[in-house]
Each structure stands twice: as C-alpha cells, then as structure tokens.
Write a protein that binds this ligand. Structure first.
Ligand SMILES: Nc1ncnc2c1ncn2[C@@H]1O[C@H](COP(=O)(O)OP(=O)(O)O)[C@@H](O)[C@H]1O
Ligand SMILES: N[C@@H](CCC(=O)OP(=O)(O)O)C(=O)O
Length: 361
C-alpha cells in the first residue's frame, strides 16, 4: 500500500551518470523499474529528469571550443534525445507508455501558459502515460533559466498538486555539516517554518549539478509550506524509491513535513511567480501591518499604497514591498499601472490585490 497517490520524482544529473560522465544505463533502468512498480500499484508518477547535458557531453566532441551557451545547447540537444530514448525503451519493456515534456521558465509566467501546461500533464496522467519533464535547455535563455531542475520540480509538484515530491541526489539527505565528514549526519526531519538551514549547507555541489543543496533546501521548504511532503534522498541506493514509500521509518532521507494549511491552487501559482513580477507596489506601515496579521485575511487597498513602480496590465504579478524595503510577498493586480497610480493613497476603491490572489512571505 503506497501512502501517496500522486508523486513527483526528480532525478539529478549525478544520479544518472557514471563518474566518467557517461549515462549510467543500469541506474536509469533501476529508476524505471521502481517507477514501474509504483505505477502498477496505482500511483501517478511525474518524473523530472536531469541528465541531458551530461549525457550529450560524453556523446559528442565539438570541433572547436564552444562558449557556455552553445555547449549547453549542443550537448542537451543530443543528450536529451539519447536520454528519452532510453526511458522510452525501458518503460516499453514494462508495458508502460511515457511521454516527453520540455519546458522553460516562461511557461510558468502567465496563468494561461501555466494552465495549458497543467492540462497537458493531466491528460497524460489520465491516460496512464508517465510524463518525463526536463528544462528545454536548447531554447532556454540564460537569464530566464530555472536555477536548476530542483526549481522546476518544485513548480511541477505545486502545479500538479502532488502529494509528495521526492528529490533524488547523490547524497542521503541534508547533513548537519560537510557530507564527507564522518562526524556529520543526515537531518531526518524538518518541520514547517523550521530553522534557517544555511548554516549547515556549503556551496559545494556534485560535479554535474547546477544549483547545489541551497536551492534544493529552499525549494523543499517552500513546497512543504504548500502542503506537499518533500524528501531528499540518495538516488544511487538500490530500491530507494520503494523503500522511501514502503519503509519510510527506516529509510534514510531528509523529510520536509508538509504544512497542514490549505492553500488554493491560484495562490500556489502566485507564490512561485516572483520572478515574473512586472512591477512593484510599495505599501505604507498600516497596510503592511494589516497584510502580515495572520489572524485575519486582508486585501491590499489603494489607500494602503504609497508608490508604484513599473508598467503592468490588469492580471499581472507585482511584488509587494514594505516601508522598510522588505519584500512582503507577491500578488495578482486588479488594475493596470496607469489606473493604479491615479488611486494611490485614495479611499473607497476595490482592492488593488485581493487576498485570494496574494502570496505573503
Ligand atoms: N549540508 C549538506 N548536506 C548534503 N549535501 C550538501 C550539503 N552542503 C552541500 N552539499 C552538496 O550538495 C550536493 C547535491 O546538490 P547538487 O549538486 O545540486 O546535486 P543534483 O545533481 O542531485 O541536483 C551534494 O553532492 C553535496 O556536495
Ligand atoms: N536540464 C539540465 C539539468 C541541469 C540540472 O539542474 O541538473 P541537476 O542539478 O543535476 O538536477 C539537464 O538535463 O542537463
């Protein structure tokens, strides 16, 4: 019996490649076998798989030295084809259909693109097809790339309302010190709103990883705050996925305990939309206090605004900043910037951001 119905599984580059950089077909096969068991037991799995750049790099030797962007484009174009081909054949041997989704950060930037993408994955799941998601590294513009696939997996987990997100890396979880120091151990559980983890985590990364443990941890905390259980575990261990789900008490990982607070799906989208903010709204002290008062739900009214920056349309996302300069949150606006500027500080108008369309930090 599996505890979770819908699960997002993210597999890092290092899990899927050998020390010499080649695709580790045995590991890919082991991951596919475990996902197949879960799929056959009735779980809906969304696989977020890195490994395109790493598998392309070992496949092709460029004629001349390439700049970073060209190298990423070339290696991912070749590597993604190789990777998805492996997955396709391995899932087919299990009698399971899989499909490829290559996405970019822009696809999360507007509600319509977001819902379109959500629809695609929903229809795949309804038809028992396993979605295999990766960033489209061939067309992603450097400034608009996901920090790494951990960020992408967090967005996917929230968008698809999964019950659990499992992040498979090359370490057993988050250590309370340097993972290679025998004196440090894996932190087994992190409660909602718990401590700042930065003291434990170094900037050290695995050889092929992009974001490192800092992003993994920040994403995991954000996703858990939205009610989704998150586990960081070692994808190189035999049967790790099945053990995490069937022998959770005894399997080493870092579990981010999900918050019990109910959050609407639009609020979840807004919570992950800060990078797409088209403008900034500065609020006065009274409005800041009202917004941050957890005992009641307050919308942001024009009377609480002191200044507006940027040009935006109704329905765009803006960042909310308090008098001290601190970012309070983000929200979807009910005015365009020109109309809003005319109403700054004025009473008796509809909310600039309704509470239901606001996510506070
Ligand atoms: N406190 C910590 N606990 C665990 N790993 C850590 C810690 N601090 C830094 N790391 C590094 O984070 C790496 C995993 O992140 P990353 O390189 O992004 O992997 P992936 O390819 O799986 O996304 C580990 O290999 C480890 O070197
Ligand atoms: N989209 C890239 C993934 C880069 C990345 O985020 O890697 P990782 O930190 O190992 O999950 C690829 O497939 O190579």
């Amino acid at each position: 019996m599996i505890k979770y119905k819908r699960i997002a599984v993210k597999v890092g580059s290092n899990v899927l490649t050998r020390p010499d950089g080649r695709l580790d077909v045995t590991r890919v096969s082991a991951i596919v076998d475990q996902i197949s068991v879960l799929h056959k037991a009735g779980a809906e799995i969304i696989l977020i798989s890195s490994g395109a750049v790493a598998s392309g790099r070992s496949e092709i030797k460029p004629h001349k030295k390439l700049d970073a962007v060209s190298a990423r484009q070339l290696f991912s174009a070749v590597g993604q084809a190789k990777l998805i081909n492996r997955y396709y054949e391995l899932f087919r041997e299990q009698g399971i259909a899989c499909g490829q989704i290559l996405t970019t950060k822009e696809n999360f930037g507007s509600r319509s693109l977001y819902l379109n993408q959500k629809n695609c994955i929903s229809v795949m799941l309804e038809n028992k097809v396993i979605p295999i998601v990766n960033e489209n590294d061939t067309t992603s513009i450097t400034e608009l790339m996901f920090t790494d696939n951990d960020e992408l997996s967090g967005l996917m987990a929230t968008m698809m309302d999964v019950d659990a997100l499992i992040i498979l890396s090359n370490v057993d979880g988050i250590y309370n010190g340097n993972p290679s120091d025998p004196a440090s151990h894996v932190i087994r559980q992190i409660l909602p709103g718990q401590q700042d983890m930065d003291d434990y985590i170094s900037d050290q990364k695995s050889t092929l990883g992009r974001g490192g443990m800092h992003t993994k941890c920040a994403i995991a905390q954000k996703v858990a705050a939205e009610g989704i259980a998150v586990m960081i575990a070692n994808g190189k261990k035999e049967n790790i996925l099945l053990d995490l789900l069937k022998k959770s008490e005894t399997t080493i990982c870092t579990l981010f305990v999900p918050s019990e607070k109910e959050i609407s799906s639009v609020k979840k989208w807004i919570a992950h939309s800060e990078d797409f903010a088209k403008g900034v709204v500065y609020v006065n002290a009274g409005a800041e206090e009202a917004l941050l008062d957890e005992s009641k739900a307050s919308s942001l009214l024009p009377v609480g605004i002191s200044r507006i920056e940027g040009e935006f349309e109704e329905g765009d996302i803006v960042k909310i900043i308090g008098e001290s300069g601190r970012t309070i949150g983000v929200g979807k606006v009910q005015y365009d910037s020109a109309s809003a500027r005319k109403l700054v500080g004025k009473k008796g108008h509809k909310p600039f951001i309704h509470y239901d369309y606001m996510s506070l930090d």
